[in-house]
Structures are given as C-alpha cells and as structure tokens.
Design a protein around this ligand. Structure first.
Ligand SMILES: Nc1ncnc2c1ncn2[C@@H]1O[C@H](COP(=O)(O)OP(=O)(O)OP(=O)(O)O)[C@@H](O)[C@H]1O
Length: 331
C-alpha cells in the first residue's frame, strides 16, 4: 500500500469504524469514488482480513449504464473478484411510489444491496461516499431546516453501510486513480444543473477555494456533534419512565422542565411516534409548553394543532400527584 492508502486505512481503523475479518459487499457504480473504494479495499484486503464481493446495479436510466457495467465486470474479471449484478426498474418504482428518480434509485438499490449482503453473509456494504458528499449532504439538509441532526450525516459506519473513504476528498481520489492508471466513468448526471445536489456543488466551488479546509472543518464539527448527541440521548433515555414516557395516549410529561431538556425529549418522543420533527417546530412548541409545565395542570390548552392537557390531582407537591401530570397529543 502507498502512503495515501495507509493514511485512509489508519483513519478508518483509528476510529474503530473499520470492518475486519469477513466478507464485504463493495457497492460499485463504475464512477471514480466507488472505483477508488474498490482499489483501496483491494490493496487493504489482506491487512483487514477481508473477502470482497462486488455489487453493481444498473438503474436503466442513463445511456452509458452498459459501459459502466462492462467496466466493473472487466475489473472484477481481471482481479478475480466475485460480482453480483442487477437491473433495477427505477422508473417503474418512481412511478409506483411517487418519488423522484434519484430517491427511487437509492431506495431500490439499497433494498437490493441489503438482500445481497444478507444472502452472502457480508459484514457490511462498503460505499464510496467521500468528504465532499458529506459536506454537500450537510448543506442540503441544513437548508431544508433539519437542525443539528443534519450535521452528522454519513457516519463512517451506519447500519449495514460502511464508508471507509468518508474522510477523503473527491479530488484526492481522482488523483489517486490517475496515479494508479485506473479509468473510471464520469456520471453525466453530476453535471445536470437541475438536481439540488449539483446546484450545491456549483455554489460550493468558490467557498472551497476561499476556505480549503471547509470540508475537514465540517467533518470535525460532525464528530463533536456526534459526541454531544450521544450524551444527550443517554440523558433522555435515563429520564424515561420518571420524567417522560410515550404511550398510545400521547407524550406523558412530569412537571418542571428547563432549558433545552424539553426539546430533547420532544425530539425523542416525536421520532418514536413518527410525528413531525422540524427543529423550528420543536423549539416553538417547547417554548409554548414550558410555562405550563411548571404550573399545576388546569384547563386543556391548544396550540398549532397540539393539545396539552393536565391530569394531575392534588396540590403541586402532594405525594399523590400523578408522576406525569401532563399529556401532549396531536389534535
Ligand atoms: N449503480 C450502482 N451500483 C452499485 N453501487 C452504487 C451504484 N450507484 C451508487 N452506488 C454506491 O453508492 C455510493 C453513493 O453513490 P451516489 O452518491 O451516486 O448515490 P446517491 O444516490 O446520491 O445516494 P447516497 O445518498 O447514498 O449518496 C457510491 O459510492 C457507490 O458505493
């Protein structure tokens, strides 16, 4: 392995996100990122104890799809790697589900990749996501109003997905492939100025020139937010049953919340109930609820489609007062 590969390997293994000693399904589109992934895992396979199986899906959307499949097939043949392939009817899936083509392709592809990983007992599905993908995903989601949770997309390991190159820049991967003499197919849809992702890419170019460490700083922010989120989640879980709980009747709450605690609990409970979790909504709802929650329950109150009722009996400090005097429901 060369220095760059050793560094990526060190970064992946250093965080304990690495996959070792087993079979890995390598999701390979034929584009630069996934060919760099394949090349990197091929170089590292012995030191990681990995057996690689390559997976390629033809979405049937682009004229160059056949060439991409042929490129992946040739590489697998020359490296003596097992390959699984599928033709996915993305257009039919998009029509049936009402999704856009990109979302439908991702959903179908992941369904197929998961099934393939299971049937060949793979430990993980490796993808070629890069630091550039991370930055673009953060910004697209932030702009849609997803809140702090948007700062941690694309962790190196998430469910079956393993993205060992998540800390590598796309331009470095291209340079690496060129140096190795590996040809890749450029996805023509990356130049389509009408997809939101591509419009962000164009906007990001001058920002990256101005602040070359932008992507790395966003990754560092990701790590910090992940630590804070783990602390917050543990805290919210500890309070469950004594300060809050969820049942079919709604969200049950104790008295006396302060600061951001209520918002954290709303977020966890809303996720469980599949209620809307926009950051601004949770903030406004918590601000409306807070003054009520310190008082004794009184008449039910409503606000923007939410209903807060008090069921507690007896004086505020009475031992008979129910543990959860307040209930929040959707009206
Ligand atoms: N046709 C394909 N066959 C197999 N794997 C693929 C294919 N297309 C993409 N992948 C895998 O998914 C990774 C992400 O690709 P891309 O960014 O194009 O997908 P996306 O649709 O934007 O989804 P995501 O939200 O996962 O980024 C690639 O690096 C590759 O590992």
């Amino acid at each position: 392995m060369n220095r760059r590969e050793t560094q990526w390997l060190g970064e992946v293994l250093g965080r304990g996100d690495g996959v070792r000693d087993g079979r890995v399904l390598v999701a390979c589109s034929g584009g630069g990122d996934s060919l760099a992934l394949l090349s990197f895992l091929w170089a590292a396979r012995r030191s990681l104890g990995l057996e690689l199986v390559v997976a390629h899906a033809d979405h049937g959307l682009r004229p160059e799809a056949r060439e991409e499949a042929a490129l992946v097939r040739d590489l697998c043949r020359s490296a003596d790697l097992d390959l699984v392939e599928a033709s996915l009817d993305v257009r039919a899936h998009a029509k049936a589900t009402g999704q856009g083509l990109e979302t439908a392709a991702r959903e179908l592809r992941w369904g197929w990749l998961r099934a393939q990983a299971e049937s060949c007992s793979a430990l993980a599905v490796a993808t070629g996501h890069t630091l550039d993908d991370h930055t673009e995903t953060v910004l697209v989601r932030l702009a849609r109003g997803g809140g702090a949770g948007c700062l941690t997309p694309l962790a190196a390991r998430q469910g079956p997905r393993w993205s060992p190159l998540i800390q590598a820049r796309r331009s470095d991967l291209r340079a690496y492939l060129k140096a190795k003499g590996v040809a890749w197919r450029e996805d023509a849809s990356n130049a389509n100025p009408f997809t939101p992702r591509n419009r962000w890419r164009v906007l990001l170019d001058p920002m990256r020139r101005e602040a070359p460490s932008l992507d790395a700083h966003l990754w560092e922010t990701h790590l910090q937010v992940e630590e804070l989120a783990a602390f917050k989640d543990a805290q919210v879980a500890r309070w469950r049953g004594t300060r809050w709980d969820v049942d079919p009747g709604g969200l049950r709450l104790a008295r006396g919340w302060a600061g951001p605690e209520l918002r954290w609990v709303l977020d966890a409970a809303f996720q469980e109930r599949d209620w809307p979790r926009e950051a601004a909504l949770l903030r406004d709802l918590a601000a409306w609820m807070l003054p009520h929650l310190v008082r004794r329950p009184g008449a039910p109150k409503t606000w923007g489609g939410w209903h807060l009722s008090g069921t507690g009996e007896g004086p505020a400090d009475s031992a008979q007062e129910s543990l959860f005097p307040w209930t929040l429901k959707r009206c």
